[in-house]
Write a protein that binds this ligand. Structure first.
Ligand code: SF4
Ligand code: SF4
Length: 323
């Protein structure tokens, strides 16, 4: 698709797994026929009234593309909420308060942020689900419509219950589980009645679609977040993140500019010992890279949050931790 083409971000990130399960799975190598361009009769019809999840990497890319601070982005475009089962932050794109609730980025020519569009917009008309290799539970969905349970504009995190301030048991188990959790992914075809793109003759496979939409890095980043949530779920016995931890998660995952300020203001690197693949790195050089590069900073944020929640990560320990 060219940059003037248009695709929709009808998507849900976590709560609508039932929806995905009813869709036909599309397996590696299997073909589907689809094209979206300004001449399809439904052009732009799908970029409104959406529940559009925004992952940390989506927000990073949109802020960077729009040259906005995270504060400005939150103010203008985001609805801040959380996963009801864990309390981890989850943002949604705020539709315009206008007839039909259009996406704030849709223009007559198509997507106004095409180069920076979200994972869900890139994935559509596919839906993606991932789950831990050993488990049965799907932990992520991308690219599927979510017509119900739309968060209201200005929605904050739902009331928390069973909050846990003392994380001692998690710390011990976190040490043992500070490793990459393998994920299995599945793709589904989201064939909606209004979408005439399926009448077009261009053929795709999942692999060629993902490549065309440049989504690989998005998936890698999003999977990192899903692994973190899955690990927390497996260790927390149903407890929601404490308010303090939820605030830290929002800061370090969704507000890269403010996280950089935090790193500087508390001299964070003086409190850390680099481990694993970072063990041989010069700490000052590593810190400079983290402060300079928002994508490196987001990857570091996942490790930092793991350390905060579990007391250890594969790549970070407290500076005073016994060897
Ligand atoms: S971000 Fe772009 S592709 Fe996604 S819904 Fe909005 S206008 Fe459509
Ligand atoms: S409904 Fe389908 S073909 Fe029409 S604009 Fe949206 S994605 Fe493209």
């Amino acid at each position: 698709m060219s940059s003037s083409d248009h695709d929709s971000g009808k998507a849900a990130f976590d709560p609508t797994q039932d929806f995905l399960q009813k869709l036909p799975e599309i397996r590696p190598g299997e073909q589907f026929w689809f094209a979206c361009h300004p001449d399809v009769p439904c052009f732009n019809a799908c970029c409104s009234d959406l529940t559009m999840p925004l992952t940390p990497y989506d927000v990073l890319r949109l802020c960077s593309g729009l040259k906005m601070s995270s504060e400005e982005f939150f103010e203008e475009f985001a609805v801040v909420g959380c996963y009801e089962d864990t309390g981890f932050p989850l943002l949604h794109l705020r539709m315009l308060d206008a007839p039909g609730r259009p996406c704030p980025f849709v223009t007559e020519q198509g997507c106004g942020v095409y180069e920076h569009r979200s994972s869900a917009c890139r994935t559509y008309p596919l839906g993606r689900a991932t789950r831990p290799e050993q488990g049965q539970e799907r932990v992520q969905g991308q690219g599927q419509p979510q017509a119900q349970d739309r968060p209201q504009n200005g929605t904050k995190s739902p009331a928390r219950s069973r909050e846990v301030e003392d994380r001692a048991p998690l710390r011990e188990e976190g040490l043992a589980s500070a490793r990459e959790l393998p994920l299995v992914e599945q793709y589904f075809l989201v064939r909606e009645g209004h979408c005439r793109g399926f009448e077009e003759q261009k053929s795709w496979t999942v692999e060629s679609w993902l490549k065309d939409q440049s989504i690989e890095k998005y998936n890698r980043m999003n999977d990192r977040y899903m692994r973190l949530i899955a690990r927390y779920k497996s260790l927390s016995a149903g407890a929601l993140l404490s308010g303090r931890h939820a605030t830290m998660a929002l800061l370090c995952l969704y507000q890269q500019d403010r996280f950089a300020e935090f790193i500087r203001s508390v001299d964070l690197f003086s409190r850390l010992s680099l481990q694993g693949e970072h063990a041989d790195r010069d700490k000052d050089a590593f810190k400079a890279e983290i402060l300079d590069d928002s994508e490196a900073r987001l990857l570091f944020a996942f490790d930092w949050l793991e350390l905060v929640l579990f007391g250890a990560s594969a790549k970070l320990l407290p500076a005073n931790a016994p060897a």
